[in-house]
Write a protein of this length. Sequence first.
Length: 201
Amino acid sequence: MVKNNLKEYKERRDLKKSSEPSGKEKKEKLKHPVFVIQKHDASHLHYDFRIEIDGVLKSWAVPKGPSTDPKEKRLAAPTDDHPMQYATFEGIIPEGNYGAGTVMVWDLGTYENLRKEDNKEIPMEKCYDQGKIEIDIKGEKIYGGYALIRTGMKQDGNKAKWLLIKMKDDAADARRNPISTENKSVLTNRTLEEIEKESKD
Ligand code: MN
């Protein structure tokens, strides 16, 4: 079974110093299941790819962000589960705190599980455990089929290596490059610089 818990999330943070969600808040009204990509200007700029599985946001750090080209496999390093409320967190994680830097909600939407067996959906928890996730993403910048595939053997938890790959479908497009052409928040239409500046004011 997927180990779903927010223990690491809570242990790594002093939520008196950072305005990130505690994980105790009431549920927000979002369409489910949630898909979100946060652009995170931490010590290394990366994109946090998160999907709702069993009440938490399963998370991967994708250094280059997702591609719309099926030929481009993007490395996705699993990170801690995050609380659902994190999907709409945008702002600054203060200096000296875990993940210090600016966070932007780069894309937000929902997804549909594409994996079926005998005409029945394979539960997402099982897909995760098998290291094989195939979902139809309904974001604004990222959409269509995406696969998350765990590679190699004997790789557990946060040490495992996954690849994020655009599946071949109508939404596949080697000419699009939203990572470089669409660099504003899908929630507030702000750039990272604007979020940083406004959070400090
Ligand atoms: Mn991050």
